[in-house]
Write a protein that binds this ligand. Structure first.
Ligand SMILES: Cc1cc2nc3c(=O)[nH]c(=O)nc-3n(C[C@H](O)[C@H](O)[C@H](O)COP(=O)(O)O)c2cc1C
Length: 358
């Protein structure tokens, strides 16, 4: 009996399957017309980390929405190779957002147009970068010192594109200017389709603990209707569950916990659903993933650069493994794919043998 009749007056007949679908769709999170999961997990934009090779792994292991690392608007409009290469996105990554930063409204609009040529799903504006060379020029978190400009820049960018625009920002410039509740509302009013909030001020940089209270206040503001994503210190599946339940956000944005651990997304999802931890990846899993990462890096950047850029990842993947110094040294000094593969391929057996001896 799958056929049921509802709304007799309207003479509408829908199947149970359709009812389920309607119910499920109303629970899903949307950014504009982009349909996400019920409780999406986002890969945070991270400079020199969230490039296509790393994103491929995060996608494979459960990230629902990903962002590129931030890209300079000035670099994009000057056609700087480094900035343009960061526009590389791939079909399987969708939905994907390109993040830009800058302090000049016209340049940001032009950069948005350049980004559109790469055909992303979302344009994200970085209003959160705390580093001096960005923030002190009025870009990134620097704009938190000039909220009217932040609002008008956002409005102009929204007007200039048909893509959904999202914002990533912090609580405020410093302890005395944590205006995020009002700021989020004003940004929503000029048309952004979602906001991700890192629970620190610019002055805090990455120090101290992220404060999620104000993130919760943004979410619980009855005037807010766009998705609010919480970010900051989601370092374990248990913490993810705590932040979800306590602050009621629409999804979580995960940064550092995914570095060297792209499995984190599925680990969190599993825990949110069952409150049981997935087994941690074995050394063999890690090696296989490192090889995948390395191969993608080389494919994307060529052997020399791909190998160089991969060097920053080994310590993160193999953190906590005893007596790893020698192997790590090889991984960060060898210069060809063949040599690296020789070291990586035998790693699980070598480690198993040395564990037996000791
Ligand atoms: C290496 C690194 C690079 C980052 N680059 C960016 C960036 O390009 N754009 C941005 O909005 N945030 C950037 N961030 C901040 C993260 O997106 C995130 O807000 C921050 O790390 C807090 O989240 P977490 O505690 O989950 O790491 C970066 C953080 C790190 C650690």
């Amino acid at each position: 009996m799958s056929k049921i009749t509802v709304f007799h007056d309207l003479n509408l007949r829908i199947t149970l399957k359709e009812v389920n679908l309607i119910c499920k769709n109303t629970l899903l999170v949307y950014i504009g017309n982009i349909k996400l999961a019920e409780f999406p997990l986002l890969l945070a934009p991270m400079e020199d980390v969230s490039d296509p090779p790393f994103r491929a792994l995060c996608k494979k292991h459960g990230a629902d929405l990903m962002y590129t690392e931030f890209i300079s608007s000035e670099g994009l409009i000057r056609d700087a190779t480094k900035s343009i290469q960061k526009l590389d996105i791939f079909e399987y990554e969708r939905p994907i957002g390109i993040q830009i930063f800058g302090s000049d409204i016209e340049s940001m609009k032009k950069a948005t147009a350049v980004c559109e040529t790469a055909n992303p799903d979302i344009i994200d504006i970085n209003y959160g970068c705390p580093v001096k060379k960005v923030a002190c020029k009025g870009s990134g978190a620097g704009i938190l010192q000039d909220i009217p400009k932040m609002v008008s820049m956002t409005k102009e960018i929204v007007k200039s594109t048909s893509l959904p625009v999202t914002v990533k920002t912090r609580l405020g410039w410093d302890e005395n200017s944590k205006y995020i509740v009002e700021v989020a509302e004003r940004l929503q009013d000029v048309g952004i389709k979602a906001i991700s909030i890192h629970g620190r001020t610019r002055s805090q940089m990455y120090k101290g603990e992220a404060d999620w209270t104000l993130i919760g206040d943004v979410k619980n503001n009855p005037r807010m209707h766009i998705p609010v994503f919480g970010n900051g210190d989601i370092s374990s599946p248990e913490k993810a569950l705590h932040f979800k339940n306590r602050y009621g956000v629409d999804g979580l944005m995960i940064g550092r916990a995914s570095i060297g651990n792209p499995w984190f997304f599925n680990q969190v999802k599993h825990y949110l659903e069952k409150e049981i931890n997935l087994p941690i990846p074995s050394l063999k899993d890690k090696v296989d993933t490192v090889i995948e990462h390395l191969k993608f890096s080389i494919k994307w950047k060529g052997e020399r650069l791909g190998i160089l850029e991969m060097r920053r990842h080994y310590a993160n993947y193999f953190r906590g493994i005893h007596n790893f110094k020698q192997t790590r040294f090889k991984l960060v000094t060898l210069e060809t794919q063949i040599e690296l593969m020789e070291v990586l391929n035998v790693l699980p057996e070598v480690r198993a043998a040395s564990a037996q001896i000791s």
